[in-house]
Design a protein around this ligand. Structure first.
Ligand SMILES: Cc1cc2nc3c(=O)[nH]c(=O)nc-3n(C[C@H](O)[C@H](O)[C@H](O)COP(=O)(O)OP(=O)(O)OC[C@H]3O[C@@H](n4cnc5c(N)ncnc54)[C@H](O)[C@@H]3O)c2cc1C
Ligand code: SF4
Ligand code: SF4
Length: 408
């Protein structure tokens, strides 16, 4: 994969190190000097159109999550893997349609709808399926509960929700952002140099993120269903149940289905971009509220994926997130019970493993003279001390091999 030179030194460095998450922030604050494009094998990447002004370069350098990751600085409790937290709960949307339509228990959609209904925000910034390429995503604004519900469900493909962020801040209408942890990191960092952010975005919602696969991941799923990517007219990664099936439809009425366990484990997880493998905050640690799958642990010690009524893990990270969740619970929008934080280890073993290996993989980047994002106050060092020496060594050597053979 070759990085296109752009008019931004920060972006060029990030692309060279394969550190881009595809969040779109650089394009969104560049006054048109950068646009987002799709790059093989199917990641969202910025492309240069003109040179970036010195002022915009400063904003990109401060906020790009390929250059700098927002630190966990709130006064909340802090867990080395699960981040800062005030409330740690499991629950679900009390509206059964939202609970069923959501990816896990529909908590994110229910909270976003609550933000609209209470007038906290006028609209919600998130993503939706691309009508022209049903496995891909486009940026979407929702102003009604119906819009939010239509866009519920996890979409394991590139998303750039911040690609028009300056225009949205200029417009000045309060909105909530639903995004990947790296999208929220970018917005939090932007807030440090742009006072409009805190005024106009009173709520950020995120989710635990196992990494973003390329479009090749969804294409592999479609082919293994016996269909061709270009004949698919609708594609749902999951949701409509928990975890819900992966479903591809064609115009002539054929349908392919696959269980989540196979679509994620057998295809998508093998196509994740490099930046995700060194992600120090894939748990939405700087969002107001982060949700995840509250999988039930099985006898094997690994989560079980049998179909059942959806259940979300819900962690509030900030005072305003905690107040908002408690208001939603008091109005019976969301039902939730406290969870002992140690139980997340059983629900999310892959997240804990990646966190403890970030330091080893970063070391591999440094030893091969590759750039890495700045990562302060994210418990990367503490987490690495929970890894076995052999596990860290193996990962460091594996990452060096992938870098030197250009197979990241
Ligand atoms: C790439 C990816 C990786 C994930 N990895 C994990 C994981 O490792 N562990 C885990 O527990 N959960 C993971 N999730 C999150 C999980 O699947 C659920 O999204 C989460 O539990 C919230 O469920 P919900 O029912 O509350 O959300 P819903 O009510 O279904 O709302 C989901 C919201 O997320 C938005 N969204 C969907 N896809 C994207 C995307 N690609 N980029 C930005 N916004 C998006 C939608 O627009 C929607 O508003 C991942 C999700 C994604 C998209
Ligand atoms: S991570 Fe986001 S801000 Fe940084 S280069 Fe990629 S799209 Fe731009
Ligand atoms: S793993 Fe981290 S970098 Fe990758 S998409 Fe998720 S939050 Fe962004």
């Amino acid at each position: 994969m070759t990085a296109l030179p752009t008019g931004s030194a920060t972006v060029n460095r990030v692309l060279k190190g394969q550190l881009c998450t595809g969040c779109g922030l650089c394009a969104g604050v560049s006054d048109g000097a950068l646009t987002m494009t799709t790059e093989a094998p199917g990641y969202a990447r910025p492309q240069g159109v003109a040179s970036v002004s010195a002022q915009n370069e400063k904003r990109i350098a401060a906020a790009c999550p390929g250059a700098q990751v927002a630190p966990w600085t709130t006064e909340a409790n802090r867990h080395i893997s699960w981040g800062p937290w005030i409330d740690c709960m499991t629950g679900y949307a009390t509206d059964p349609t939202i609970r069923h339509g959501g990816s896990s228990g529909g908590a994110i959609s229910a909270l976003a709808i609550h933000a609209l209904r209470t007038g906290l925000v006028e609209k919600v910034l998130h993503i939706a399926p691309d009508p022209d390429h049903p496995t891909r995503n486009i940026l979407a604004w929702s102003t009604t509960a119906e819009d939010v519900l239509d866009r519920a469900g996890s979409r394991y493909a590139a998303s750039s929700p911040l690609a028009t962020i300056d225009a949205a801040l200029d417009e000045g209408r309060p909105f909530a952002l639903i995004g990947k942890p790296c999208d929220i990191s970018a917005l939090r960092q932007l807030a440090k140099v742009d006072p409009r952010v805190d005024r106009i975005v009173p709520l950020t919602l995120s989710f635990f993120c196992g990494g973003l696969p390329s479009h090749a991941g969804a294409d592999r799923i479609i082919r293994s269903m016996g269909l061709q990517p270009d004949e698919v007219t609708a594609f749902r990664y999951r949701g409509n149940g928990w975890p819900g099936l992966t479903i591809a439809d064609t115009a002539d009425g054929r349908q392919g289905t696959m269980q989540y366990e196979h679509s994620w484990g057998g295809h998508l997880s093998k196509e994740v971009q490099f930046r995700c493998k060194i992600c120090p905050d894939a748990v939405g640690g700087v969002a107001d509220i982060a949700c995840a799958d509250a999988w039930y642990g099985g006898e094997s010690g690994y989560p079980q994926f049998e179909e059942q009524a959806g259940r979300s893990l819900i962690m509030t990270r900030t005072d305003r997130g905690s107040a908002f969740l408690n208001d939603a619970m008091s109005k019976a929008v969301v039902e939730a019970q406290p969870l002992n934080i140690a139980e997340i280890d059983l629900m999310q073993p892959s997240q804990a493993r990646r966190k403890r290996l970030v330091a080893a993989r970063l070391m591999a980047c440094r030893l091969t003279a590759q750039p890495v994002p700045r990562m302060k106050q994210l418990c990367v060092g503490e987490a690495s001390r929970t890894a076995a020496f052999t596990e860290s060594l193996k990962n460091m050597l594996g990452t060096i091999r992938r870098i030197t053979t250009n197979s990241r």
